[in-house]
Every structure is written in structure tokens, then in C-alpha cells.
Design a binder for this molecule. Structure first.
Ligand SMILES: Nc1ncnc2c1ncn2[C@@H]1O[C@H](COP(=O)(O)OP(=O)(O)OP(=O)(O)O)[C@@H](O)[C@H]1O
Ligand SMILES: N[C@@H](CCO)C(=O)O
Length: 293
């Protein structure tokens, strides 16, 4: 039996829609695999009641198919589905690493990115790799059609997860087809600033570079309380705040010294609009880890 822990992730980071992603220290999914004549899946943990065990509908089933690696698979969910914290991707990334090792397929972590992204195509309609890439590789990733660039980073973040759900499929439906050139110019500048910030582990540059006038404003209307939570986090010292993935999770970047205050402010702001939430005080961290038993 093989076990893999794969982390939650936050994609987009505002200016990097469908391109940027970071691995989070917590939470994470844990996937266990054993060889079997055909794939079966069982799911326990956070939000497991909403996750299909039919391999044809689970991201992990798509990965097993893509690797031609049938197995008995157990998924222990630490990352709640429809959270914006890359729940479907964490399972897919864990399964890709586990099944690659179980069947000695020999793929590198980079080569597993498009394979794990097959699971994202299943649930959201498109094989975007911005969640599976950091879950597999760790750190900060830039996923494009030409491949993935990864840098290690250790930026402190707060990922605040309200008890509401937004499906990625719905959140993709509000993304505009076109953008004004001046907004594109601003976004390119912000994305470049953020990238330099990641290479320097600089929360000020990363926070400034998270601004995005194209996709994020369309999505915030799907998240009750977003504006209040953003304002509260910034007032408490966050250097940048944006929607995590497709939402409803909200991601704040900050200095380590402000992390606790930012987390409390975000929780209180959601509570003030009648929504329970949970805040993960963590930092950008490592990718999927394989354990042999
Ligand atoms: N192994 C899995 N883990 C989580 N969700 C899964 C899995 N397999 C299928 N799903 C389905 O995928 C959907 C959740 O994926 P979705 O992309 O909407 O959320 P997310 O991964 O938390 O968000 P985001 O990609 O914005 O970070 C749910 O409908 C869920 O039933
Ligand atoms: N880039 C994706 C991430 C969510 O899966 C989106 O924002 O739709």
C-alpha cells in the first residue's frame, strides 16, 4: 500500500488567472492506493458526502484511467470540496503521485501535471493546471500551455473558508470573454510584480501584485461578505487579498507578525454577515509527499 499527502492550493492569486498557484501548508488530502483489477474509490473526511465515489465522476478515477493504473483507492479529505482551496486537485495530485509509484510508471512530477489536470477537466469542464501544479510541485507555480515553472516560496498566508459553496463550473461562467487593453496592461504589471515578490519571499510585492480588474470583480458577487472580509483583512495588516481559486475561500497575504490579527479579522467579518468560517493560518509550502508502508 502507498500513501500520499497532497496539499490544498490557492490558484489565480488575482492577476494570474488560470496560471498562478501556490501550495498551502494546510489543509491536505491523504490518498491510499493498492493494486486491484479495477478501480474502486471510497471517500471519508471533510465534505465527503458531496463527493461521488463512482470513478467516472471522481477526479481520482480520471487520473487512474489516464495512467492505466486500476487500484483500490481511499481518499481522506482534508480539503473541503467547492472551497476554492483546490479540493478536487489535491485528490488528483495525490492519486497521480501514488499510482505513478504503485505501477512504476516513471513519470516526473512535471509530467504528472497534465495527467492530474485530467481530473479538473472532469469536474470543471477544462483541464486547467493551476491547482494540480502546486499540489504536485510545491511552492509557487506558473502553469502555461508550454509547461510549468516552479519556485520555492514561504510567504505567510491566511486562507479563510466560509461555510458556503461555489462550484468552479459556476464561477467560470461569469468570467468575461474580453477585457479592455488598459486592464490587461495593469494585470501584466501586477503579475510580474507578484512573481518577483515570490522569488524574494516579499509579502509586500506579492500583495500588491494580486490586484486584478478583469476576473476577480466578476466573481466577488458570488461570495457573500467578500468586500467586508477583504476590508477587514487589509485593515488588520494584510498586504493583499483576493478570491482563492474560484471561491468562496478568500486568500490574504501578510507578514508573519500580522497573521493572527488578519485571521481574526476575516473570521469576524464573515460572522458579522451571518456566515461561519474557518481560517487556516499557514504559509506557502511543500508539494505532494509519498509514504511507502
Ligand atoms: N476527489 C475529489 N475531491 C473533491 N471534489 C471532487 C472529487 N472528485 C470529484 N469532485 C467534485 O468536484 C467538485 C469540487 O471541485 P471544484 O473545482 O468545484 O472545487 P475546489 O476544487 O474546491 O475549488 P477550486 O478549484 O476553485 O480551488 C464537487 O462537485 C465534487 O463533488
Ligand atoms: N483557475 C481556476 C481555479 C479554480 O479551479 C479558476 O479560477 O476557475
Amino acid at each position: 500500500m502507498l500513501t500520499v499527502r497532497a496539499p490544498a492550493t490557492s490558484a489565480n492569486l488575482g492577476s494570474g488567472f488560470d496560471v498562478f498557484g501556490v501550495a498551502l501548508g494546510t489543509p491536505a488530502d491523504v490518498v491510499r492506493v493498492e493494486r486491484a483489477p479495477e478501480t474502486t474509490i471510497n471517500v471519508t473526511g471533510a465534505g465527503s458526502e458531496y463527493i461521488p465515489e463512482d470513478p467516472a465522476q471522481n477526479t481520482v478515477g480520471a487520473v487512474a484511467d489516464a495512467l492505466d493504473a486500476p487500484a483500490r483507492i481511499h481518499i481522506d479529505k482534508g480539503v473541503r470540496p467547492s472551497s476554492g482551496l483546490g479540493s478536487s486537485a489535491a485528490s488528483a495530485a495525490a492519486a497521480a503521485v501514488a499510482l505513478n509509484a504503485l505501477y512504476d510508471r516513471g513519470y516526473s512530477r512535471e509530467e504528472l501535471v497534465p495527467i492530474a489536470a485530467e481530473g479538473e477537466a472532469l469536474v470543471s469542464g477544462e483541464a486547467h493546471a493551476d491547482n494540480v501544479a502546486p499540489s504536485l510541485l510545491g511552492g509557487f507555480t506558473i502553469a502555461t500551455d508550454d509547461g510549468v515553472t516552479q519556485v520555492d516560496a514561504s510567504i505567510p498566508v491566511v486562507a479563510c473558508l466560509p461555510e458556503t459553496a461555489v462550484s468552479t463550473r459556476d464561477a467560470r461562467a461569469v468570467v468575461p470573454d474580453e477585457a479592455a487593453l488598459e486592464d490587461v496592461v495593469d494585470t501584466v504589471g501586477n503579475a510580474a510584480t507578484l512573481t518577483v515578490g515570490m522569488t524574494r519571499d516579499d509579502p509586500e510585492l506579492v500583495g500588491r501584485g494580486m490586484e486584478d480588474a478583469i476576473v476577480t470583480p466578476k466573481r466577488t458577487s458570488l461570495i457573500d461578505g467578500y468586500e467586508q472580509v477583504r476590508t477587514a483583512a487589509l485593515d488588520a495588516g494584510a498586504t493583499g487579498v483576493t478570491v482563492s481559486g474560484a471561491g468562496p475561500g478568500v486568500l490574504a497575504v501578510c507578514h508573519r507578525r500580522d497573521q493572527r490579527a488578519v485571521a481574526s479579522a476575516m473570521l469576524e467579518a464573515f460572522e458579522a454577515v451571518g456566515i461561519d468560517s474557518r481560517a487556516y493560518q499557514t504559509r506557502v509550502g511543500e508539494g505532494a509527499r509519498l509514504y511507502r508502508e
